[in-house]
Design a binder for this molecule. Structure first.
Ligand code: NAD
Ligand code: TYD
Length: 361
């Protein structure tokens, strides 16, 4: 890999991955294509190397002419595709953008790669690779006693977000099977860590708790997620790029299955420890039950044996160590927090989401 197109590299996981890759591969150049939606920010890219190794392009993955231009101009040999609308709650209130970006956008990227790498045969080197980043949510919701998701679990998406990601996975796989495009896919569990937009459970809980705001728990809070520290996820993708087999899918997870309530209580406990003098001590007094998310998936659990046995990857962080690192990062980066959470579009969204949950901010 030499010239890597990272899409969505100004978002949470994408920006962590750009940092990871530039560190891991000193000779790689990253072309970072991101539309800077509400979820993407130049704040996430501060401190990256200059133009010689990281070229930022503000643009939309649906713009075929732009994507083609990038492939040709930068002789792209590797794509790592993160760009997406990523929040389930937003997909419930406004699904259309999810269809556009997640399905049409992924199609556009795949089709440009097919045209330039395969049809024109131009500069596609032997090792060309299109890596598509997806989610465990495509597998649906587990009932009590059902085994963890494996790579052969049938797709059964339930939210508009999950359905759009499932659709993009099917397109990616179809391009591998039909045209022989060198595609790999990872389906990973819930990520957390530095630079995560504060609409998601873990950063929302940390930031609300330190400000003494309510910690909203949807429904009974007994829904189960598997949590993956973002740096572990970046390493998994990197290993798949290096040694993953073209046409294959790999599940990536963090080896833990707490309920949402347990996660929120764990964050509160760590905050009690690091901020014992807080006026909001004990922080779990801020927990507030709010109306459930429609169609809320009850439980996810990931079987990660394949990536372990084939590529030697396993998560380094436990939920406890990962949460400590994450809390430390949010407490040490008030400038980032202020720049991101003061945006009026985010404040408007919070109002809308809390109105839908029947709660208050
Ligand atoms: P994010 O919402 O933080 O970032 C998405 C980025 O994509 C933003 O920078 C945004 O500006 C950009 N983007 C959105 N639409 C675009 C478009 N049309 N053209 C170009 N750029 C566009 O998302 P994230 O949490 O970093 O997730 C990254 C990927 O990982 C997504 O594909 C998501 O489905 C997948 N994923 C995320 C999680 C998670 O827990 N966050 C879990 C599993 C899979
Ligand atoms: P989220 O971070 O939105 O990720 P996803 O929906 O992709 O799993 O939510 C994680 C879990 O936490 C999910 O079960 C919904 C729940 N949740 C709350 O209980 N309260 C909240 O304020 C948020 C944002 C999520």
């Amino acid at each position: 890999m030499k010239n890597v197109l990272v899409t969505g590299g100004a978002g949470f996981i994408g920006s962590n991955f750009v940092r990871y890759l530039l560190r891991a591969e000193p000779d790689v150049r990253v072309i970072n294509l991101d539309a800077l939606t509400y979820a993407g920010s130049p704040e996430n890219l501060k401190g990256l190397p200059d133009e010689s190794r990281h070229i930022f392009v503000n643009g939309n993955i649906i713009d075929r002419a732009l994507v083609e231009g990038i492939f040709r101009h930068h002789q792209i040999d590797t794509v790592v595709h993160f760009a997406a609308e990523s929040h389930v709650d937003r997909s419930i209130l406004g699904p259309e953008q999810f269809v556009q970006t997640n399905i049409v956008g992924t199609f556009t990227l795949l089709d440009v790669a097919r045209q330039i790498w395969l049809n024109e045969g131009g500069f596609a080197p032997e090792g060309a690779r299109f890596h598509h980043v997806s989610t465990d949510e495509v597998y649906g919701s587990l009932k009590p006693g059902e085994p963890a998701f494996s790579e052969s679990t049938p797709y059964a998406p339930r939210s508009p977000y999950a359905a759009s990601k499932a659709s993009s996975d099917h397109l990616a796989r179809a391009y591998a099977t039909t045209y022989g495009l060198p595609v790999t896919i990872t389906n990973c569990s819930n990520n957390y860590g530095p630079y995560q937009f504060p609409e998601k459970l873990i950063p929302l809980t940390i930031l609300n708790a330190v400000r003494g705001k309510p910690l909203p728990i949807y429904g009974d809070g007994k829904q189960v997620r598997d949590w993956l520290y973002v740096e572990d996820h970046c390493e998994a993708i990197y290993r798949v790029l290096l040694n993953g087999k073209s046409g294959e899918t790999y599940n990536v997870g963090g080896n833990n299955q707490p309920t949402n309530l347990e996660v929120v209580r764990q964050i509160c406990r760590i905050l009690d420890e690091v901020q014992p003098d807080s006026e909001f001590f004990p922080h779990d007094q801020l927990i507030q039950y709010v109306a459930d998310r429609p169609g809320h998936d009850r439980r996810y659990d990931m079987n990660i044996e394949k990536i372990g046995s084939e590529l030697g990857w396993e998560p380094r962080q436990s939920l406890e160590t990962g949460l400590r690192l994450t809390i430390k990062w949010y407490l040490e980066n008030p400038g980032w927090v202020e720049a991101i959470s003061s945006r009026s579009d985010y404040q408007d969204w919070l109002e809308k989401n809390y109105a839908a949950r029947g709660g208050q901010r």
